[in-house]
Design a protein around this ligand. Structure first.
Ligand code: 3HC
Ligand code: NAI
Length: 708
């Protein structure tokens, strides 16, 4: 056989082992290898049945996603997996698929082409293709309804969540759960079924009749609401529906057509970019994989406010004991009360049991002293945002913490090097910038100070995985990656309302672009007073004569801090539902008049371009200055921390899809109209646009320089 697929025999059972590390993806050679092995087994008179199993940690994680990128870039013609699967199913000897780890996407489709499936108790199966902007492409939408029933097939194909072995058994997707050694159990199962006629899933039509048509209507409705802007979930529903109306072969043809349309869409390219991006951000050119990491067994958090409480929950959720220190009993009780309420909510919603909650609560030790801090492997500071206080706290913990303890600050704006200067061990100091609510948001910006040790960075990246976060390494500039870019984005949103767009128009246009929320609603949610305080602190950095947004500060002067006071850019009712506010509209007009700003009609196109290109330009500046490693790191920050639509791939990917030449031309128009202080084009953007290159090209060049 091939290197990727091996054929061996255990007496009367042939064993086909797929060995394509790390995840046994169906790269070229794998499907062909499986078919050849099964054909060889069919011709071997000593063989009664076949077991197909994966080597390593998993069965098959699906098609090789990199092959899709080659196809859509024209590098490779489209091949299809289906003929191989039909050949497997037509094997005259029963084929038992033995699943451990994951059978996902094409892996699930391979398993359904077998006559039987057995599974390890911890394994998962699923059709997650929609998460890549595509649909199952090798009969998954036609076989799954035949095995699991139409309702579950719609859910799995349209929303992409995998299911457990136990659920797969209940749904009759698999035939048996094997406790103990999977191969031994699979071989025993194969012997049991060897003499029976082998059932073919493509011929099993009993679950396709009398299907309630509302299943499809409800699923489409949910997809339109929860997967806004994404065609793949709707295509997946169409394909599963086809299984109830068309013979298998015709259903497969429709599936193939829809698959192809999805694969060549910009949404799919964006989602695949995000998939690989999430994995790329872990790769830091000057920090080799083998860099030693500190073991994190005990943590401590200082401050039990909005962020400290959420951060402590992350540690407890990962099973790491964590001390939470406050200054007053009242603040401590409030913080711990919120943690308890959050956990209780999860128990009530059935996310986990009361026993799990109790266990997590016992991992959290609330206290007013630094007792036990000398045992911590990491201390995370989350006190008020103020340099003097942060330096005082870092001075204190430097005196208590053991030498190998990482000292992390959750600051969102302050200079990590200056914070580190309060200690005698700047190499152990790092920024861990969590996002609010810290127990929910996936993003963690890991901020590298000039002295931060490589081991400390490597430990932070590995720890983030344990905390189920996506960590992105950022340089130490004001606002790091995410908040630095947000400044110009919010600035333009406010300028647009001063110039004539309504609050609702700006919000709605950017929501329609795909953002989870419009920028002015985000400001209301975060609290306008936060930025107001920061602006006052950094007033000395403002350049005379340069236009600044005025409306938010005026709202704050009136005590209108956003949702928390019931009024901000919008008004909020008791349920925090937003309503237009004529008083704000009048205030905005007055602000514009005082500033001599002429109000005019503003198009949706201008709203999108002003806000998005302000974001992109700042991203290009910080990328050129080296504060982000790659453009894709910026994209991953925005996809995981700021509600940027995943199907647009992130701001830098979006700019590539528009074309950097066009982006630059538009920025130059804005520069001519609004001045160079606000709109000077990023030198990197200028360079790339002039050379006809993209941010993706920049990333490729960075990667090749790093590996040279
Ligand atoms: N194709 C190519 N590479 C893949 C891959 C795939 N299907 N799945 C994972 N990889 C790569 C990753 O990029 C990573 O590479 P790197 O080490 O160079 O960064 C490596 O394998 C390990 O992956 P993870 O870091 O994600 O490993 P985990 O153990 O954390 O997770 C997993 C394993 C759950 C299998 C996860 O990798 C995953 O979800 N993979 C994608 C599954 C998927 O979407 N399958 C459907 C593909 S589309 C399809 O099958 C179409 C079909 O219908 C025709
Ligand atoms: P917060 O005001 O909700 O909580 C701060 C807590 O720290 C208070 O409970 C206070 O009593 C406590 N505290 C102050 N001095 C202390 C000390 N010496 N020892 C122990 N506890 C002390 O503030 P929040 O929002 O949690 O912010 C904390 C940090 O996180 C800030 O640096 C902020 O910039 C940053 N941050 C905030 C985000 C947000 O959305 N709120 C997002 C990301 C970072």
């Amino acid at each position: 056989m091939s290197e990727l697929v091996k054929l061996t025999r255990l007496e009367d059972i042939a064993v086909v082992t797929i060995d394509n590390p790390p995840v046994n993806a169906l790269s070229p050679g794998v499907p062909e290898g499986i078919v050849q092995a099964i054909e060889a087994a069919a011709h071997d008179p000593a063989v009664k049945a076949v077991v197909v199993i994966g080597a390593g940690s998993t069965f098959i994680a699906g098609a090789d996603i990199r092959e899709f990128q080659k196809m859509t870039s024209g590098e490779k013609p489209r091949g299809t997996l289906l003929p191989a699967l039909l050949a497997i199913e037509d094997s005259p000897k029963p084929v038992v698929m033995a699943i451990h780890g994951q059978a996902l996407g094409g892996g699930m489709e391979v398993s359904m082409a077998g006559h039987y499936r057995v599974i390890a108790p911890s394994a998962q199966v699923g059709q997650p293709e929609v998460k890549l902007g595509i649909i199952p492409g090798a009969a998954g939408t036609q076989r799954l309804p035949r095995l699991a029933g139409v309702a579950k097939a719609v859910e799995m194909c349209a929303f992409g969540e995998p299911i457990s072995a136990q659920e797969a058994l209940t749904l009759a997707i698999v035939d048996r759960i094997i406790d103990g050694d999977l191969l031994t159990g699979a071989v025993a199962f194969a012997r049991e079924v060897a003499d029976r006629p082998a059932p073919k899933s493509r011929q099993r039509n009993e679950k396709l009749s009398n299907v309630d048509p509302s299943i499809f209507a409800i699923a489409r409705d949910t997809a339109r609401k929860t997967k806004r802007g994404q065609p793949a979930p709707l295509a997946a529903i169409d394909a599963v529906e086809a299984s109830t109306k068309l013979p298998f072969e015709e259903g497969c043809k429709l599936e193939a057509k829809l698959f192809s349309e999805c694969l060549y869409s910009i949404q799919s390219k964006a989602l695949i970019h995000a998939f690989f991006g999430e994995r790329t951000v872990n790769k830091i050119p000057d920090i080799p994989k083998a860099t030693p990491v500190y073991e994190i067994r005990r943590a401590a958090v200082i401050g039990a406010g909005t962020m400290g409480g959420g951060i402590a929950m992350n540690y407890a959720n990962a099973g790491i004991p964590v001390i939470v220190k406050e200054t007053t009993q009242e603040a401590l009780d409030r913080g711990i009360g919120i943690i308890r309420k959050n956990y209780a909510n999860s128990v009530q919603k059935g996310r986990f049991s009361q026993a799990v909650m109790d266990e997590r609560m016992t991992l959290i030790t609330p206290q007013l002293s630094y007792d036990g801090f000398d045992q911590a492997d990491i201390i995370v500071e989350a006190v008020f945002e103020g340099m003097a206080l942060k330096k005082q706290v870092f001075g204190q913990i430097d005196a208590i913490a053991k030498p190998a303890c990482i000292l992390a600050s959750n600051t969102s704006t302050l200079d990590v090097d200056e914070i580190a200067s309060a200690t005698k061990r700047p190499e152990m100091v790092i920024g861990h910038h969590f996002f609010s609510p810290a127990n929910v948001m996936r993003l963690l910006e890991v901020v590298r100070g000039k002295a931060t040790g490589k081991e400390v960075i490597a430990t932070s990246m590995a720890l983030a995985k344990r905390l189920k976060k996506v960590a992105v390494l950022a340089g130490n500039c004001r606002g790091f990656i995410g908040n630095r870019m947000l400044g110009p984005y919010f600035r333009e949103a406010q300028f647009l309302i001063e110039e004539g767009a309504s609050v609702e128009e700006v919000n709605q246009t950017l929501y329609d672009f795909g953002w989870a929320m419009g920028p002015l609603s985000v400001s209301d949610l975060a609290g306008l007073d936060v930025g107001w305080r920061i602006r006052k602190e950094f007033k000395h950095l403002e350049k005379p004569g340069v236009r600044i947004p005025r409306v938010a500060d005026r709202l704050c002067e009136l005590g209108r801090f956003g949702q928390k006071t019931g009024r901000g850019f919008l008004k909020y009712d008791a349920e925090r539902r937003p309503l237009p506010d004529p008083e704000t509209a009048a205030l905005i007009e007055a602000v514009a008049r005082e500033a001599g700003i002429e109000r005019r009609n503003i198009t949706r196109e201008e709203i999108v371009d002003r806000c998005l290109f302000a974001l992109v330009n700042e991203g290009a500046k910080l990328l050129g200055e080296g504060f982000a490693l790659r453009a894709v790191d910026i994209d991953i920050v925005y996809l995981n921390g700021y509600g940027f639509p995943a199907w647009r791939g992130g701001p830098m990917f979006y700019a590539d899809t528009v074309g950097l030449g066009k982006v630059l031309a538009r920025i130059q128009e804005f520069e001519a109209r609004h001045g160079s202080d606000l709109w000077s084009p990023a030198p990197l953007l200028q360079r790339l646009a002039q050379d006809g290159r993209t941010f993706a090209d920049f990333d490729r060049q960075t990667a090749s320089q790093a590996s040279a």
